[in-house]
Design a protein around this ligand. Structure first.
Ligand SMILES: CC(C)C(=O)C(=O)O
Length: 288
């Protein structure tokens, strides 16, 4: 199961718990539990009204839940789902009050593009439960033009569309996976967030992949540039699931203290459960 718990707003946090057990029943029962999630607030500096997110999650006391079962969950070995299964799950997630549904990775293949579109149209516009809840529908994109365009092509049918743009920022990922310099990574982050804004997307989540192993000064720089270019949520992932709660909490505190413009965006987290610490890491950041 893959879950994110996202609290509001400028002093907020989120977490994604990713395990290998990815059955609909488990997802649903987890979410039924989460229905009773606390509405207690953290230290909040919410000021402006954001018309691209649903009213109810502008409430500073609301703890936002972002569910990435349909994206990160599906990346677990053996977890692939049909379009119908994904649509059913998305309906259930909406009904259970999930605030943001990461519906897929549209550029990864045509089927995913079409499925995200379907979810955006059918779930991202429907009143799903008694609270009049309509979830944000998000699509993942790497830092390139094609991915961002495909994500927008799919999510734009939702009432509240979001693009989630990511690029790796750790030395090891930049050297061996991206084969890019730090300067190139900053440039990509900046230009692709700006490109997403130019398409008309007002809700952009930016994630520095492998943040937990990234050079701190560089991390602040990339995040600051993403904010300047128009990112509205910064999501800090513990990509390889090795961070300990105290160090993860300190990472979030350091980002808040050192990143330009961070006071104007939502900070969220996305932690993996390899060491069984995803929830502990998430809870650790709430007072930071
Ligand atoms: C897409 C990225 C942000 C991710 O899922 C991770 O780093 O865990």
């Amino acid at each position: 199961m893959s879950m994110s718990i996202v609290s509001h707003t400028f002093s907020s946090f989120s977490s994604s718990i990713t395990t290998s057990t990815n059955t609909t029943n488990q997802i649903i029962s987890y979410l039924q539990l989460s229905k009773a999630r606390p509405r207690k607030s953290f230290s909040i500096i919410c000021s402006n009204s954001l018309n691209y997110i649903p009213n109810h999650i502008q409430d500073p006391n609301h703890i936002r839940i972002l569910d990435t079962t349909l994206r990160d969950g599906e990346q677990a070995p053996g977890a692939s789902m049909t379009a119908k299964q994904k649509l059913d799950i998305a309906h259930q997630l909406a009904k259970l009050g999930v605030d943001i549904i990461e519906a897929g990775f549209p550029a990864s293949n045509k089927a995913d593009l079409e499925t995200v579109k379907l979810i955006a149209r059918e779930v991202g516009n429907a009143t799903a439960n008694d609270d009049g809840h309509i979830p944000v529908i998000s699509g993942l994109a790497r830092c390139n033009m094609n991915d961002v365009d495909k994500a927008w092509e799919a999510v734009k049918y939702a009432k509240f569309p979001r693009i989630h743009i990511f690029i790796a920022t750790s030395d090891i990922h930049m050297k061996y996976k991206l084969k890019m310099s730090k300067e190139e990574v900053v440039e990509k982050a900046r230009t692709m967030v700006a490109h997403a804004r130019s398409l008309g997307c007002n809700d952009i989540q930016f994630s520095p992949e492998d943040a937990g192993r990234s050079d701190r000064e560089f991390l602040y720089e990339v995040l600051g540039e993403a904010v300047k270019a128009g990112a509205t949520t910064l999501c800090i992932p513990d990509t390889v699931g090795y961070n300990w709660p105290r160090e993860f909490g300190q990472l979030i505190a350091d980002i808040k203290a050192n990143t330009c413009g961070v006071e104007n965006v939502i900070i969220s987290t996305h932690c993996h459960n390899d060491l069984g610490l995803a929830t502990a890491n998430t809870l650790e950041v709430q007072d930071k």
